[in-house]
Design a protein around this ligand. Structure first.
Ligand SMILES: Nc1ncnc2c1ncn2[C@@H]1O[C@H](COP(=O)(O)OP(=O)(O)OP(=O)(O)O)[C@@H](O)[C@H]1O
Ligand SMILES: [Mg+2]
Length: 315
């Protein structure tokens, strides 16, 4: 069942220390993602999330290990992988339309200027910037700049969307609207998404899986939370799901306590980290429990023996 569209295979990132030797930011990261999957990564500041995303983008290289996308090792940036950066990286001398059109033109080299502009305009409209096409980045608010970055990434209709806290600079209303838009577009286009966020509710609303990273140095993936929400979900109903608060509390518990004290222990296998389904008791016959969870305990590994959730939550 595991279509490994993206396969992160044992990557580490180390930087030389001033006095000699290396600092290990993270190590032994293994993660595979299926086509069309929406994965959110959560972890404290400095654990290496952006570094992992840059490696997926081909903008940085791992010190060890490799990333395979569609059976090919990543060797540099590609128009198949669009990045929405933590800080909006816009060309300051170009207008909103110019910034988005620049990306469209790099993907569709044979298109006429009219085609390029029409396509760019579509995505400017999607992110709610209609009317601001001719403004330059200096004339835009932080949230508007971020929306240009989102429009630019969406406009090249990539196979993989890499998003680094794309909504963090936005006011709550705009954030909600854009989360809905990005989710809709990603679902409609079968986009595979790797997104970093610090917002637990955002992760639960958007993700199929939430990857929990421990604090650095030497960060690892502690576990993967399998989101029990159905793929088709409405923002207004998300918190009414019977397992919503179990999932939310589990992730918050991790951030507050276990991300610091995580003990790899003898049972920890970085190639096969625990996949947890918080709150889903083994006997739970809730219609929301994923079909493949029926005969398994509430926590299992991608393959291999069950692993009791209680131990995870109290450890
Ligand atoms: N060029 C560099 N040389 C040395 N250390 C670096 C370099 N670039 C990044 N780091 C370190 O790598 C670690 C991970 O950085 P990264 O930006 O990936 O963290 P992050 O998890 O995205 O944090 P945040 O949530 O604050 O964005 C940090 O401790 C940072 O200081
Ligand atoms: Mg970061």
């Amino acid at each position: 069942m595991t279509d490994k569209f993206i396969s992160i295979e044992g990557i580490a990132r180390r930087y030389p220390k001033a006095g000699g030797g290396d600092t290990t930011i993270f190590e032994n990261l293994w993660l595979s993602m299926a086509r069309g999957e929406f994965v959110c990564v959560i972890g404290h500041s400095g654990c290496g999330k952006t570094t992992v995303l840059n490696i997926l983008a081909g903008l940085d290289a791992p010190s060890e290990g490799a990333v395979i996308v569609d059976n090919q090792a990543i060797a540099g940036p590609s128009l198949d992988r669009a990045v929405i950066f933590q800080s909006h990286a816009l060309l300051p001398w170009r207008t909103v339309l110019g910034n988005v059109a620049y990306a469209v033109a790099s993907k569709h080299r044979r298109w006429s200027a009219a085609q390029i502009n029409a396509h760019a305009q579509r995505f400017i409209d999607v992110v709610g910037l209609t009317g601001a096409e001719h403004k330059r980045p200096a004339e835009l608010s932080g949230g508007m700049k971020q929306r240009v970055g989102i429009a630019r990434a969406l406009s090249i209709e990539p196979k993989i969307m890499l998003m680094d806290e794309p909504f963090s600079a936005l006011d709550a209303l705009t954030r909600g609207t854009l989360q809905d838009e990005v989710r809709r577009i990603c679902l409609e286009t079968g986009q595979t998404v790797f997104m970093i966020t610090h917002d637990v509710d955002e992760a639960i609303y958007l993700a199929d899986k939430v990857v929990l990273m421990t604090n650095g140095p030497g960060a690892v993936i502690a576990e993967i939370v399998d989101n029990p929400l159905p793929k088709t979900r409405a923002r207004a109903d998300v918190h009414k799901h019977p397992l919503y608060y179990a999932v939310r509390n589990h992730i918050i518990d991790f951030l507050v306590a276990r991300s610091k004290s995580f003990d790899k222990g003898a049972a920890y296998d970085p190639r096969n980290v625990p996949v947890v389904r918080p709150g889903a008791a083994p006997a739970d016959v809730s219609p929301f429990v994923p079909a493949d969870a029926g005969t398994q305990s509430n926590t299992d590994r991608a393959s291999g023996p069950g692993f009791p959730l209680a131990r995870e939550r109290t450890g």
